[in-house]
Design a protein around this ligand. Structure first.
Ligand code: ADP
Ligand code: MG
Length: 717
């Protein structure tokens, strides 16, 4: 147990109540607290005169107290403490609520740095509950003040104070030993860890803050890369049943189309992998609609041809059912038995499936398709051969590991949800071999794409009506579930932070109000009383989600308003219009993925991106215009990577091992705009593993990685 593992309760002033509030922030130890990074920083270094205040934003003022503070009681319990303070330009009245002790703090004649919003009414200036710090001779006040993510019961002041104690504790114990090899640190001009920790929490300057971030982001990439590279080296040696007698031709013969060259190549790669006695661990990456499913089907066929069984796990029940529906006949015509196992499967049916999966007799089930129900305890395979995981990023590493565990000695194939640039894929999935389907089957119609602003709202509504009248269906995707997804406190905080981390790293449009799924579906239901409008979002129970989705799939719902939960590869051939609200909020790859939800049938299809951000020139507009001009998922992904850095990919494509595998979390790296930094970190990690596969020469790094990757008991595989 090191100092960083010290319980947060050991900090002075943190009792059981505060500790449980901290726990909701994921902070349990001193080390956790040190990694609880600010969400943004207030610029209190830019001192303005009272008369320079704009009445809208908060800013810093150095004022001298003019009058003795007076407290008055109002409404029984509440007290107001008021006084006046001045600078060279004017006098301002300052009010605090319920803090009578401040009478002794603000002594007339003394100066303070106040940070707040000055309002001017009838020629008089006033400010309410500003932040304040005394100006003392010879003491320079810091200009950048951190703003932390908060929770009920923990204030900014409290965190700042506890952070100071934590820093003192950690540095006194010399716990912030730098585990990054010195040569790597120097090669990339990275600052030391202790400098980085100090400056992320209490930055000396903007440049010190930038250096701190660069270092901490590098560390996140580096440790993650080391972990998966090491795990990959391990999993590639796992034994498996060789499936040498494999032949894709029977499958090709029953398909209603001929395979694309890319599909043929990928199936060849899978066949070669599975012929070996070490486990395949391969990921198939391909654009939406590129036909990944048939590659999965080939892998399953190979297993069965070699006397073994195959499992396909999909993230949702609908998707599992769709796979079952499309694969059942194909496999049946090849003389193979296929079962479906989902949460809703009846208990009796489940028992039957369990029995036939575990049997090697006549009644044996060759192929099972399902959801995470496949990892329930009743499932045992008589002779597992291959495990396929569709839309892998929707699963936790624990779930995937559990499926693999149920199938010892089997090969593993994972299917990605979106095209990601190969360089990034190699980095993120260093433990997997990668197959890319870089060809779309012929004859696909392209989805006409438009980018519009609010002024088109009416025409847009007309268009929705027209699509439905023609028998089509409409998706409307919003970035938020409910009107205000930030709590009031958070909101106050947001206003408070002048530069958010987001802004430091990108120029997101934060001033544009968010459309919410719930609100918008109400509006649309009102606008189209004759249509059936429904909404769907991640906060609903999964049963409810499935039912709503099912109603859309079967055509009972005309317009489905949802958050990105519909991203998952569900097929609704009848859907002809995709509208994305606040499109500026989405990554390009995500938009491409959403667009891929329509145009899956014979209907002429459209994608309309609605964004106020296109009213002015800028990167948001440029990004959205890319969607209009490009229909190639890879080109779009490359553009996204170049324009926004790897952050969006980490958020949307990241396999949950990033979030869920033990303690590995990209806290800052998600905001990283510099894909170069990421590549460098991954390259260094790979080089290090190559020269020192077991990290024997780097015991501290090794214990760090072991700690991070082993927390949930399952090594990455
Ligand atoms: P995704 O890669 O998004 O999972 P799917 O595997 O669901 O794509 O395939 C999308 C559609 O394309 C399916 O309807 C499938 O039958 C069809 N398809 C797949 N491969 C081909 C091909 N080579 N030629 C024509 N259609 C194909
Ligand atoms: Mg798919």
């Amino acid at each position: 147990m090191g100092t960083l593992d010290t319980d947060i309760k050991k900090l002075y002033g943190v009792g059981a109540v505060k500790a449980s509030a901290y726990a909701t922030l994921g902070v349990r130890t001193v080390g956790d607290l040190l990694h609880h990074y600010p969400r943004g920083y207030e610029d209190r270094g830019n001192i303005k005169l009272i008369t320079e205040a704009d009445g809208i934003s908060k800013c810093a003022h150095i004022l001298t107290i003019a009058t003795q503070p007076k407290s008055v009681r109002v409404k029984g319990r509440m007290s107001l403490t008021k006084f006046r303070a001045y600078d060279d330009s004017a006098t301002c009245e300052i009010t605090f609520f319920n803090q009578e002790f401040l009478k002794n703090v603000f002594v007339p004649g003394e100066s303070f740095r106040f940070y707040g919003k000055i309002e001017k009414k009838a020629g008089r200036y006033s400010m309410t509950s500003p932040a304040y710090e005394p100006c003392r001779e010879g003491v320079e006040l810091p200009s950048l003040i951190p703003v932390y993510p908060l929770t009920e019961g923990i204030s900014q002041k409290q965190i700042a104070k506890d952070m100071r104690s934590a820093m003192i504790l950690a540095s006194a114990a010399d716990e912030q030993r730098d585990i990054l090899p010195e040569d790597i640190r120097r090669r990339h001009s990275l600052c030391t860890l202790s400098y980085a920790m100090r400056n992320i929490h209490t930055p000396d300057s903007y440049s010190a803050l930038a250096a701190a971030k660069k270092r901490l982001i590098f560390d996140e990439f580096f440790t993650f890369a080391l972990g998966i590279t090491a795990a990959g080296a391990e999993s590639k040696r796992a034994p498996a049943h060789p499936c040498a007698a494999s032949d894709p031709r029977p499958l090709e013969a029953v398909l209603p189309y001929s395979l694309t060259g890319a599909q043929r190549r990928v199936i060849g790669e899978i066949r070669e992998d599975m012929a070996k006695d070490t486990a395949m661990s391969r990921m198939v990456i391909g654009d939406v609609g590129s036909g990944k499913t048939v590659c999965a089907a080939a892998a399953m066929l190979f297993a069965v041809q070699n006397g073994r069984q195959a499992a396909l796990m999909a993230p949702t029940e609908i998707l599992a059912r769709q796979h079952y529906a499309s694969l059942k006949e194909i496999f049946a015509s090849l003389g193979m038995t296929v079962g479906l196992l989902v949460g809703a499967t009846s208990a009796a049916e489940k028992r039957k499936i369990y029995a036939s999966l575990a049997s090697n007799g006549e009644d044996r089930l060759d192929i099972i398709i399902g959801t995470h129900a496949l990892i329930s305890s009743g499932v045992q395979f008589a002779s597992p051969g291959v495990v396929v995981i569709d839309e892998q990023h929707r699963f936790g590493v624990g779930q995937r590991a559990a499926l693999a565990e149920k199938n010892p000695m089997s090969h593993v194939l994972v299917m990605s949800a979106t095209p990601i640039p190969r360089s990034l894929a190699l980095a993120l999935y260093g433990d997997l071999d990668i197959s890319t389907i870089d060809e779309i089957p012929p004859g696909r119609q392209r989805v006409d794409t438009f980018v519009v602003d609010e002024s088109y709202r009416e025409r847009l509504n007309g268009f929705i009506k027209k699509q439905v009248a023609k028998g089509g269906q409409v998706y409307v995707v919003c970035p938020a579930v409910e009107e205000s997804q930030v709590s009031e406190e958070e909101e106050a905080d947001l206003l408070l932070s002048d530069i958010s981390i987001d802004e430091l790293f990108s120029e997101r449009e934060s001033a544009i109000p968010l459309k919410s799924a719930v609100k918008l579906s109400e509006e649309l239901a009102e606008a189209f009383p004759e249509l059936s409008v429904d909404f769907l979002h991640g906060k609903l129970k999964s049963r409810e989600k499935e039912e709503k989705m099912e109603r859309f799939v079967t055509g009972q719902t005309d317009v489905l308003v949802s958050t990105t939960v519909i991203e998952v590869g569900v097929n609704v051939p009848n859907a002809s219009l995709m509208i994305v609200e606040n499109a500026e909020r989405f990554g390009l790859s995500q938009l491409h993925q959403l667009r891929g939800r329509v145009g899956r049938g014979s209907r002429r299809s459209y994608c309309i991106l609605v964004s106020e951000a296109i009213r002015k020139e800028g990167s948001a507009k440029e990004r959205l215009m890319t969607m209009k001009s490009s229909y190639d998922g890879y080109a779009i992904a490359e553009k996204d990577l170049a324009m926004r850095g790897p952050g969006d990919f980490l958020r949307t494509n990241q396999d949950s091992r990033v979030r869920q595998s033990g303690g590995v979390r990209f806290r800052l790296a998600e905001l990283c705009e510099d894909s170069g930094l990421m590549r460098v970190a991954f390259d260094e990690a790979k080089a290090l593993i190559e020269s020192d596969p077991k990290l024997e020469g780097h015991p501290e790094l090794k214990s760090e990685i072991d700690g991070l990757f082993a927390l949930d008991g399952s090594a990455v595989n």
